[in-house]
Design a protein around this ligand. Structure first.
Ligand code: IMP
Length: 177
């Protein structure tokens, strides 16, 4: 858990323009890779991934179904590495090409848990698209197929990411100093 001054103003780390450009590039790659898929299922992790996911999916030409997981977050009474699923997805996974979409990969525990669950449910394929990657914080391995930006170990907010449910609506990625 990072302790922050709740009145602090986030400093721009990745501008709106850079985000838009990178999102368009990722979408192009995804569109190409899934051009032959007849069952692409985009699965977001609430709530942080929503802004990124909407922007990304609007670029895609390939038909895509959409669903969401919600997991327990920082500060809940969970053991380190113990991730709880608060909301499961509604759509069937068996035989689908699942594209898991996440705002940020930190320790990796959240995505490791979800990736294992999707494989257990016999998805035809599972790939991960993450906007931000804090590689230096990783504790469990997760393969990121589509990665927006690698960032240092700093706490970031905006474009969906929050600090205590604040700052999600900031249109850029800002760092809290
Ligand atoms: P992981 O399970 O440790 O990889 O944690 C992933 C989750 O932690 C993300 O989906 C975010 O909700 C949260 N998180 C990690 N780093 C940050 C950050 O810098 N800002 C806001 N949320 C973060």
């Amino acid at each position: 858990m990072h302790e922050l001054d709740s009145k602090a103003t986030p400093r721009t780390m990745i501008s709106e323009q850079k985000l838009a450009q990178r999102v368009a590039e990722l979408a192009e790659e995804i569109d190409r890779d899934y051009a032959d898929s007849d069952r692409l299922l985009a699965v977001g992790v609430l709530k942080g991934s929503v802004f990124f996911m909407v922007d990304l999916l609007k670029h895609l030409q390939v038909p895509v179904a959409v669903d969401f997981f919600q997991t327990s977050s920082y500060g809940d009474s969970t053991e380190p590495g113990e991730v709880r699923i608060r909301k499961d997805i509604d759509l069937p996974v068996r035989g689908a090409d699942v594209l898991l979409i996440e705002d940020i990969v930190d320790t990796g525990y959240t995505l490791r848990t979800i990736l294992d669950l999707l494989r257990f449910r016999k998805a035809r394929s599972v790939r991960l698209c993450a906007l931000l990657d804090k590689t230096s914080r990783r504790e469990v391995e997760v393969p990121i197929h589509y990665r927006g930006f690698e960032i240092d170990d700093v706490f970031v907010v905006g474009y969906g990411l929050d600090y205590d449910e604040r700052y999600r609506n900031i249109p850029y990625i800002g760092r809290m100093d």
